[in-house]
Design a protein around this ligand. Structure first.
Ligand code: SAH
Length: 394
């Protein structure tokens, strides 16, 4: 496999495994997961990528000016607000990077002022691009400090002429002094305001603020593993907690009796409902709210799921959620995690309260970084009183 050398690796800090051969990267991740989760049982060999480059379907660039006043686009230097200009990244989608370079090169001629974080003057703060790898659809999100983009129509026209693959352009207004990239308000200026992509045979609509896995090639392996672990027979009531746009639940729905998805982000829930409809899936419903609260009310009303998929953010789950899982006692839990440290903490709790780890499968979703995704299958087991009860230190 070809070695690459990124000149910006040190300053960017995004790729901790820069310069390490891919096979070695996989070994390191395996060791990491083994070290953290090995005590729960055997860890399966990590699923790697055949071609670990340009895998990210979501590309974010922050805009700034260099000392000479030229427009630059890139990323924040690690732990700072200094922008490192990035000409080429080896893990981000190439087409999306091309579009960002075009925007950088034409900003001045369209009189688009670049936002200055210190003074709060200027307009263009970030550009976010998402590409559906299966559909080819591309969404360009221009994050602006105010809703007015000068010569908007000509700008969009130029951009589409240069890159006919663009299917939608959205202005996102972020007028706050914040490190959050996206603001609340969105104005679609071209196309429907979302893109579609296909995973495991289902079509998904993705809005700018909805979560969508960044490595679609590996996501299919991840979801396949999760659904296999669930071992569905067509009768089960399944919960898809932290469901985003409903991906896991909808992929599982064809093998289950009924799916209930729960998600905090309103836009993602709207996408999930549309996704169920568009895929003609009639046995799935989606609720908006906190997953913990939802599980508590479900446990209180005596309802019970047979299988629980849970895919929380990096911080992992919380006591509210897990304690009601213990009360409900589903037959199976399939825990999908992007952070083995919080996964370990949550597994300690679950295995200390009557669940057993049956299988642990790491998946490399983020080559060149030290992040690793893991799917764990747990089933109801005999509680072992000698086991330490995992406690939260949140
Ligand atoms: N399973 C989805 C999304 C996983 S990312 C997929 O594979 O695409 C985690 C999701 O949890 C995000 O969509 C985030 O908005 C959501 N989330 C974060 N905190 C939450 C909470 N307390 N309750 C419900 N959902 C939450």
């Amino acid at each position: 496999m070809a070695e690459v050398k990124c000149e910006k690796a040190k300053k960017c800090g995004g790729c901790q495994y820069q310069g390490i051969p891919y096979k070695e990267q996989l070994k390191k991740k395996q060791k990491n997961v083994q070290g953290l989760l090995g005590k729960f049982g055997k860890v399966q060999p990590i699923m790697g990528m055949e071609d670990p480059f340009y895998y990210r379907n979501k590309v974010h660039a922050v805009f700034d000016r260099d000392k000479k006043g030229n427009v630059i686009s890139g990323i924040y230097e690690a732990n700072s607000h200094h922008v490192v200009a990035v000409e080429k990244c080896f893990i981000e989608d190439e087409k999306s990077q091309e579009i960002i370079r075009t925007i950088r090169d034409i900003a001045k001629s369209f009189k688009i002022k670049i936002y200055d974080e210190d003074t709060g003057y200027g307009l263009l703060r970030h550009v976010l691009i998402r590409r559906g790898f299966q559909t080819g659809e591309i969404m360009v999100v221009l994050v602006l400090a105010s809703p007015i983009l000068p010569s908007k129509n000509n700008f969009v026209k130029y951009l589409r002429q240069a890159h006919p693959e663009i299917t939608t352009v959205v202005i996102n207004v972020n007028d706050r002094h914040t490190s959050m990239v996206l603001g609340e308000r969105e104005i679609p200026v071209y196309g429907p305001g979302y893109i579609k992509d296909v995973l495991c045979g289902c079509t998904f609509r993705i809005s700018p603020k909805s979560f969508y896995q960044v490595n679609p090639v590996q996501t299919e392996k991840l979801y396949q593993t999760a659904v296999n672990f669930a071992g569905l027979t067509g009768k089960e009531t399944v919960i898809d907690a932290y469901c985003g746009i409903g991906t896991i639940g909808l992929v599982a729905a064809r093998y289950a009796g009924k799916v209930i998805g729960i998600e905090l982000n309103k836009d993602a829930v709207r996408d999930a409902r549309v996704n169920a409809r568009e895929n003609n899936i009639k046995n799935a419903e989606f609720c908006q709210g906190d997953a913990g609260e939802f599980m508590v009310s479900m446990a209180q009303s005596g309802q019970k799921a047979d299988v629980l998929f849970m895919d929380p953010p990096r911080a992992g789950s919380d006591k509210k959620f897990l304690s009601s899982v213990i009360r409900q006692k589903p037959e199976k839990i399939v825990y999908i995690s992007c952070n083995p440290v919080t996964l370990k903490r949550d597994l300690e709790y679950l295995t200390g309260h009557g669940f057993q780890v049956r299988k642990t499968q790491p998946v490399d979703m983020f080559p060149f970084t030290d992040d690793v995704e893991t799917v764990v299958w747990l089933s109801k087991g005999v509680a072992d009183s000698k086991k330490i009860r995992g406690e939260f230190s949140l």
